[in-house]
Design a protein around this ligand. Structure first.
Ligand code: CP
Length: 302
């Protein structure tokens, strides 16, 4: 396979997604391998991250590769006025692969068009987060035994949440039925609802979580993202819209799992953490194996 970038989940065919999920399962069984010896991966994070950056770095380290990069644009020459174009062209001299998070939508596509090495989008504004989606798919497949015809209840910030946008596009391939639970101000944008309608898929919108919680195979909780609001008063109005408590899970399906890309603020009470339906920390672990699969696939090594 040739090397290639991953900017949107739609850059991958369904067969390619399934191959990455199969590979992730192989890496879960045998995470320490010597596949990336002599290779350098650059992690360029223009926005904060814990899981995405550290799980990518863990994935590279476990495969014998090396990591360079920055965790904050203030420690790069961007603060001196360097353009993204010049940054990417420079890092091309030092790395075999770039993992980039950037606040501007479309920045990852732009970087991939300039770069001479593959670029992985680690989140571009409210747009896409395809590697999160692949680890979400891996988590869903592992816990449900299938991706087919599931009911997914997405809760919280569906307007600015790039993880739900990517996951919606991916899960639409498997005839998913969606329940969208959000306050009026944070409903799923029209473009994603149109995407589903064009595929003949159904969705239901409500602001009442209890109305749909018991139908769910997966509850996908999200954080209301303070950093996406230009008006702090608007954030204050919706920041506590949904808080999942353990006592809300009593009538939910037995095999249902709660996912969250994390970080959480208060949208999942800590009394849920010990419930067998809570899966968000295992989901974060799955990120290492999935990213091992993504890196080796994009570099044409698997
Ligand atoms: N899920 C996720 O993107 O988490 P981080 O922001 O910590 O990378």
């Amino acid at each position: 396979m040739k090397t290639r970038s991953l900017v949107s989940i739609d850059d991958l065919t369904t067969a390619e997604i399934m191959k990455i999920l199969d590979l992730a399962a192989e890496f879960e069984k045998e995470p320490i391998q010597d596949i990336l010896r002599g290779r350098v991966v650059a992690t360029l994070f223009f926005e904060p991250s814990t899981r995405t950056r550290l799980s990518f770095e863990s994935a590279v380290n476990k495969l014998g590769g090396n990591v360079i990069g920055f965790t904050d644009s203030s420690s790069s020459s961007v603060t001196k006025g360097e353009t993204l174009n010049d940054t990417i062209r420079t890092v091309n001299n030092y790395a075999d692969l770039i993992v980039m998070r950037h606040p501007i939508e479309g920045s990852a596509r732009y970087a991939s068009e300039i770069s001479t090495v593959p670029v992985i989008n680690a989140g571009d504004g409210a747009n896409q987060h395809p590697t999160q989606t692949l680890l979400d798919l891996y988590s869903i497949l592992k816990t449900q035994g299938t991706l087919d015809k599931l009911n997914i209840c997405m809760v919280g910030d569906l307007k600015y949440g790039r993880t739900v946008h990517s996951l919606l596009m991916a899960m639409s391939r498997w005839k998913t039925s969606f329940n969208f639970v959000a306050p009026e101000e944070l409903m799923m944008p029209d473009e994603y609802k149109l995407y589903l309608r064009n595929l003949g898929l159904t969705y239901y919108e409500t602001s009442n979580l209890t109305e749909v919680i018991n139908m769910a195979d997966i509850i996908y909780m999200t954080r209301v993202q303070r950093e996406r609001f230009s008006d702090p008063m608007e954030y204050e109005k919706v920041k506590n819209a949904y808080v999942l408590h353990e006592n809300m899970l009593g009538e939910t399906k037995q095999g249902m799992k709660i996912l969250h890309p994390l970080p959480r603020v208060n949208e999942i009470n800590t009394d849920v953490d010990a419930n067998t339906k809570a899966y968000y920390f295992e989901q974060a672990l799955n990120g290492v194996f999935t990213r091992q699969a993504i890196i080796t696939t994009l570099l044409g090594l698997k």
